[in-house]
Ligand binder design. Structure first.
Ligand SMILES: [Zn+2]
Ligand SMILES: [Zn+2]
Length: 150
């Protein structure tokens, strides 16, 4: 189950639907992202974390990221790195879904804007203090209704 947000610009009519969380394909996405992260596709830091904590894992849930520099909004897998609290725990114990209360956060993944390279902000919890400006005209967009998806 995931959650979606609908961002709407009242001024120019631009709108965009963004989806966060995980869908039916989560296990597929997770194993794909884990493979990528282990092989260094998502940067040296994640690769080294997997070497340091072989039974660690990443969070592959979709989150929404926003670049305040160029107003780019992207949905990406979070890729935050977790390690099991019990170091004897094997990743194989969690084939049918992880109990994240058994894990602790090691490192948040820094998402960079695909357009300008600036650090992006996680705007998963869209609130009044994280305004998102319209990519088209620059006015502040409204966070419209929530959408649910599977
Ligand atoms: Zn940017
Ligand atoms: Zn606009």
């Amino acid at each position: 189950m995931g959650m979606g947000y609908s961002l709407v610009c009242r001024k120019c009519g631009y709108s965009r639907n963004l989806f966060a969380g995980c869908g039916m394909m989560y296990h597929h996405v997770l194993s794909e992202k884990t493979e990528e992260a282990r092989s260094g596709v998502h940067g040296e830091k994640l690769k080294l974390l997997f070497e340091q904590y072989p039974n660690g894992c990443i969070d592959a849930m979709n989150e929404i990221y926003y670049c305040a520099e160029c107003r780019t909004v992207e949905c990406e897998s979070s890729l935050d790195f977790y390690k099991p609290k019990d170091s004897g725990r094997s990743a194989d114990d969690d084939v049918f879904g992880r109990d994240m209360s058994e894990y602790e956060l090691v490192e948040k993944h820094q998402h960079l804007c695909p357009k300008c390279g600036s650090p992006m902000k996680n705007i998963m919890r869209l609130t009044a203090d994280t305004p998102v400006d319209c990519p088209e005209c620059g006015s502040e967009m409204e966070n419209g209704h929530m959408l649910m998806w599977n």
